[in-house]
Design a protein around this ligand. Structure first.
Ligand SMILES: [Zn+2]
Length: 129
């Protein structure tokens, strides 16, 4: 166990609750996006508003797909963060092992990287795996 102090522990409790809420929200969002996509695949019976149906349909599908990919990536990050909490290494950068700033963790409990590593990766144009 590497609990540093009371603040860290309290922060971790709050973060865990936030992560669990995020997980539930994302799971719902993914479900509803998948539903919309499968409806679109079946000819989208309720797409009756607007004239050029096929163009609107394509844009709508693209939007759904990108939101779905985003939500799935976010869900993976949330699940990984919950796993790190179970493992007792939450709050440590998965690259360099340094403590992630408390403010960063508060804003984004699923953060896997410290700010320096995150910026380093963004500079190289890669996504954190
Ligand atoms: Zn780091």
């Amino acid at each position: 166990m590497s609990i540093r102090n009371d603040t860290t522990q309290a922060g971790m409790q709050a973060a865990r609750q936030a992560l669990l809420n995020q997980r539930a929200d994302l799971a719902l969002e993914i479900l509803s996006l998948r539903e919309r996509l499968s409806q679109a695949a079946q000819g989208m019976p309720e797409a009756t508003s607007g004239g050029s149906a096929s163009a609107a349909l394509g844009a709508e599908e693209d939007d759904c797909v990108s939101r779905l990919q985003h939500a799935q990536a976010e869900l993976e990050a949330v699940l990984a963060a919950l796993q790190r909490q179970d493992d007792g290494c939450w709050g440590e950068c998965t690259l360099c092992g340094e403590a992630i700033a408390a403010a960063r963790l508060q804003a984004m409990p699923s953060a896997a990287l410290c700010l320096a590593c995150q910026q380093d990766i963004e500079r190289r144009g890669q996504r954190p795996a």
